[in-house]
Design a protein around this ligand. Structure first.
Ligand SMILES: Nc1ncnc2c1ncn2[C@@H]1O[C@H](COP(=O)(O)OP(=O)(O)OP(=O)(O)O)[C@@H](O)[C@H]1O
Length: 242
């Protein structure tokens, strides 16, 4: 059964139609990427799936169960966790304390504070360090760890690479398979197209809130992706003109 299903989703900010007729399916163990330029609607989509912004139309199902109107905190308990854009750590708390906040309403599964510290070994030495004093990459790691300890079925990551040096981005992406191999599907939003294409089994390209291209990165040419990303021409390869 499809793990996460989004069907014909519309999301508004007042009069602004930010996400238009968006559909996607995330299968267990998959890594799915949503790419798109600034203001394409990526973060709005992630917040709608996480439950912090209610859609105006369409449906979101997890394990076949309709969660479209479920509040965000109850989605965490059902198995959806968001790593928000800009990390949003509790800056006055230590690394360990930030991780512990994620255990509230945690599901059962392989992840706990110890497992996260095995994934990011530097965290053990810095467990008591204030999170505000960490580098951007370290803060991103803590934000991912805080979401993982809730044992999500689907981990949503909004802009993994934002503000990070290329070498750090590479390290973070290199760890994604270790998350997926433990049974957590990943849905990520990314402006770094090459990283997203390298990591994902399936990619959706958003332009002004619509999917303009979708497919396996292996089947898409870089010209198709570029045209869809920048809205240069009819890109082909997916559901268009919703
Ligand atoms: N809270 C808000 N109130 C009003 N408009 C918003 C709000 N958040 C986003 N928007 C608008 O919705 C549209 C989509 O924004 P969104 O942040 O989802 O795009 P994005 O693809 O994530 O872009 P970025 O990569 O710049 O974060 C934009 O036009 C943006 O200005």
């Amino acid at each position: 059964m499809t793990l996460l299903e989004v069907e014909n989703l519309d999301v508004h900010h007042g009069q602004l139609h930010a996400v238009r007729g968006f559909s996607l399916a995330v299968e267990p163990g998959a890594t799915v990427a949503v790419i798109g330029a600034n203001a394409a609607g990526k973060s709005t989509l992630m917040r709608a799936i996480a439950g912090s912004h209610l859609p105006t139309a369409g449906a979101i199902r997890l394990d076949g169960k309709d969660i479209t109107r479920l509040p965000a905190h109850r989605r965490v308990a059902q198995g959806i966790c968001l790593v928000p854009e800009g990390r949003r750590l509790f800056k006055s708390l230590s690394v360990q304390e930030n991780l512990e906040t994620g255990t509230y309403r945690a599901g059962t599964g392989p992840w706990n504070v110890n497992a996260v510290m095995e994934l990011f070994p530097w965290m053990r030495e810095r467990a008591r360090q204030n999170s505000a004093s960490l580098s951007g990459g370290q803060q991103q790691a803590v934000a991912i760890g805080r979401a993982l300890v809730a044992n999500p079925k689907v981990l949503l990551i909004d802009e993994l690479s934002l503000g990070l040096a290329p070498a750090v981005v590479k390290q973070m992406y290199a760890l994604l398979p270790r998350i997926v191999e433990r049974g957590t599907a990943v849905l990520l939003v990314e402006q770094d197209v090459s990283q997203a294409l390298a990591a994902a089994d399936l990619v959706h390209c958003l332009l002004e809130g619509r999917t303009v291209l979708t497919g396996s990165p292996h089947d898409l040419t870089s010209a198709q992706v570029e045209q869809a990303y920048f809205g240069l021409a009819h890109a082909g390869g997916g559901p268009e003109g919703n």
